[in-house]
Design a binder for this molecule. Structure first.
Ligand code: PBG
Length: 315
């Protein structure tokens, strides 16, 4: 039996609303008779806007309150940006479907400069992501990376106010909000690796909700799922969280996945890059082994010094 109505939980930001609305459309196309409503939820991550994400920490910063709605059956599904999802979901909830991925790249956004290499010495680049910061400094040690938090619109207006020479944002977010014309250039993954799952959406549901799980198969994309499985397994193997400068991206080569990943020191001086290839059926193993391989090949030492830095509060 398929359900005849569904409630989708979403955060309130313009991006989250777009993403939930998009999933509603996909589901509506697959099941025209279904009544689908969106319900907005405010999360801890939305409430705290005066500190960098890396200083707040904690699992499920953007998901906890929504998950409570799923447990309580006030929500049937939740739509998230996959890259914001923790590697393990709480008991009773699963990553039920992953629609086809959008743009996975990071975008360089500037009003004066065309690309990273076009930036003058000492230019100020805005981002609060440790992953972006480490890669920026690895490529251009002369840059000043300055904190930039808030939703996509807030970040763009701070660039427009002249606080930064350039900022780095996920291309997917800009495209979804109709802001593609703000993308100055895209950063190619072979130079600048995205976060695991970037550009993909995650649909979370109750693991025992058979009717809903069946319904979601209609909008599940196997190829995206295989790629993000490899990326997330890699992030999980290295203890993935947004407190570690790391990234992972899987692309296709025939029926094989090519997984590229890095771990870096926050200053970008040490940067460990690895690549491995395997059939898509082994996506999880591919990611897990590449992650373990990076740990054994210097990543462990990197993470150790990182933990000391965090404890010493110099991050
Ligand atoms: N970290 C916040 C976040 N989570 C998802 C997106 C955009 C969509 C995506 O990356 O899939 C963004 C904005 C950004 O990183 O610029």
């Amino acid at each position: 039996m398929l359900p005849d109505s569904l409630v989708i939980g979403t955060r309130r930001s313009r991006l989250a609303l777009w993403q939930a609305g998009y999933v509603r459309q996909l589901l509506q196309k697959a099941c025209p008779g279904l009544t689908i409503t969106l319900q907005c939820v405010t999360t801890r991550g939305d409430r705290i806007i005066d500190r960098p994400l890396s200083a707040i920490g904690g699992k499920g910063l953007f998901t906890e309150e929504i998950e409570r709605g799923l447990y309580g059956h006030t929500l049937d599904l939740a739509v998230h940006s996959l890259k914001d999802m923790p590697s393990e979901l709480p008991d009773g909830l699963i990553l039920a479907a992953v629609p086809a991925r959008g743009n996975e790249k990071d975008a360089f956004v500037s009003r004066r400069y065309q690309s990273l290499s076009d930036l003058p010495r000492g230019a100020v680049v805005g981002t609060s992501s440790l992953r972006r910061k480490a890669q920026l400094l690895h490529l251009r040690p002369d840059l000043t990376v300055s904190d930039l938090r808030g939703n996509v619109d807030t970040r763009l207006s701070r660039l427009d106010d002249g606080d930064y020479d350039a900022i780095i944002l996920a291309a997917a977010g800009l495209i979804r909000l109709g802001l593609s014309d703000r993308i100055t250039s895209l950063l190619p993954p072979d130079q600048f690796l995205p976060a695991a799952g970037q550009g993909a959406l995650a649909i979370e549901a109750r693991s025992d909700d058979e009717p809903v799980l069946r319904l979601l198969q209609a909008i599940h994309d196997e190829r995206t799922a295989a790629a993000v499985t490899a990326e997330r397994a890699c992030a999980a193997a290295i203890g993935g969280s947004c407190q570690i400068p790391a990234g992972a991206f899987a692309s296709w080569q025939g029926g094989d996945l090519v997984l590229r990943a890095f771990i870096a020191s926050p200053d970008g001086r040490t940067c460990l890059n690895r690549q491995a290839t395997a059939p898509a059926a082994d996506a999880r193993k591919l990611g897990y082994e590449l992650g373990k391989d990076m740990l054994a090949g210097g990543g462990e030492a990197l993470l150790r010094s990182l933990r000391t830095t965090i404890k010493g509060d110099t991050l």
